[in-house]
Design a protein around this ligand. Structure first.
Ligand code: TYM
Length: 337
């Protein structure tokens, strides 16, 4: 059995990048017979970026409804909230005690925050919380408490998974007494969609405000967002070069290779950007429309979603609680007698 695990941080509204980079591959994997899936809402991670309780609460509901609408079967996959599993922050502490500060200094999100402070002639650590600094340790605990083998993610998360391997190796070395307590997890990246571009061509990201929402706002919002995709303005009559453009790459994320090649050819042969955007929106809608209907039904029933998450947390803890007891024992925190 292969254990596949991934999570989404509950800040904001899910976008196409989350869907193609993590949700879609994780759900596809969860349908395979030899796979045991752990899919979750990373709501402790949300607190690192957001101190607005109403927003975190709303985003948890939206992201839970998104997973279910996208086809997650909670009978099959273990579907839960990070904050319902107390073993996760407990393990994060044990890992903190063996993780090198020098390694955490190199984490992209922390470094980006320091660089922004330096550029603004501020104190390098101004406004940086311990939560941001220790973010990779909490993420490692998410993965290692369930001994996941494969972690489907977009490219921006690869460094975190490499760090999780590093912490796991060190922990195994210090406390395993010749036995591997932790599996070494691997990132699963779908090359084609590892970094889906956003409206301005940079990575699609909540922080850049360049996203196409997955369900929020309905088909109209999807089309409105797609109309804002930046396209280059060549001289009239000059052939377009669709390869590598945000429009083409987003189309490729939803189409077969043959369909995507046809789209590029049509653009080179004179299809206007406006018409191309309509075609892209229609292609995405083919996939999203049925899910959006389910999403609308689900989001109206938060109590049912709550029950599903609590049942998921109970299943998750049947793994996490005994494993945590073993880890406590391994580091010397077992019972006295
Ligand atoms: P988050 O919430 O930022 O993003 C969730 C997932 O979506 C992927 N993603 C993308 N993939 C392709 N193109 C994009 N433009 C794009 N934008 C986002 C992300 O790579 C991610 O896979 N730290 C994580 C959440 C997390 C987690 C975990 C993931 C917490 N614990 C354990 C895996 C395992 C995060 O903030 O993802």
């Amino acid at each position: 059995m292969q254990r596949v695990l991934t999570g989404i941080t509950t800040t904001g509204t899910p976008h196409l990048g989350n869907y193609v980079g993590a949700i879609r591959p994780a759900i596809q994997a969860s349908r395979q017979p030899q796979v045991d899936s752990f899919l979750f809402l990373a709501d402790y991670h949300a607190l690192v970026k957001c101190d607005d309780p109403a927003r975190v609460a709303r985003s948890r509901l939206e992201i839970a409804a998104t997973w279910l609408a996208a086809g997650l079967d909670p009978q099959r996959a273990v579907f839960y909230r990070q904050s319902d599993i107390p073993e996760i922050p407990e393990l994060a502490w044990l890992l903190s005690c063996v993780s090198a500060k020098g390694l955490l200094n190199r984490a992209h999100a922390y470094k980006a925050a320091v660089d922004a402070n330096v550029a603004a002639a501020e104190d390098p650590d101004a406004g940086i919380s311990m939560g941001l600094y220790g973010y990779p340790v909490l993420m490692a605990a998410d993965i290692l408490i369930f001994n996941a083998h494969k972690v489907p993610v977009g490219r921006d998360q690869v460094q975190h998974i490499e760090m999780a391997r590093d912490f796991a190796q060190r922990f195994n070395h210090l406390f395993g007494r010749g036995e591997a307590l932790f599996e070494l997890p691997e990132a699963v990246i779908e090359e084609q969609v590892a970094t889906l571009p956003g409206l301005d061509g940079r990575k699609m990201s909540k922080s850049y405000d360049n996203t196409v929402p997955l369900f929020a706002g309905g088909a109209k919002a999807t089309l409105e967002a797609i109309k804002r995709i930046v396209t280059d303005s060549r001289a009239p009559g000059e052939p377009k070069q669709p390869e590598g453009t945000a429009l083409q790459l987003i189309f490729e994320a939803f189409a077969s290779p043959a369909e995507a090649a046809g789209f590029a050819t049509a653009l080179r042969e004179g299809l206007g950007w406006g018409e191309a955007k309509q075609r892209l929106a229609a292609r995405i809608e083919d996939d999203l429309a049925p899910m959006r209907e389910r999403y609308a039904e689900l989001i109206a029933r938060p109590d049912d979603i709550e029950d599903i998450l609590q049942a998921g947390a109970r299943r998750a803890r049947t793994v996490a609680t005994p494993f945590m007891a073993r880890l406590r024992e391994a580091v010397g925190l077992g019972r006295l007698g």
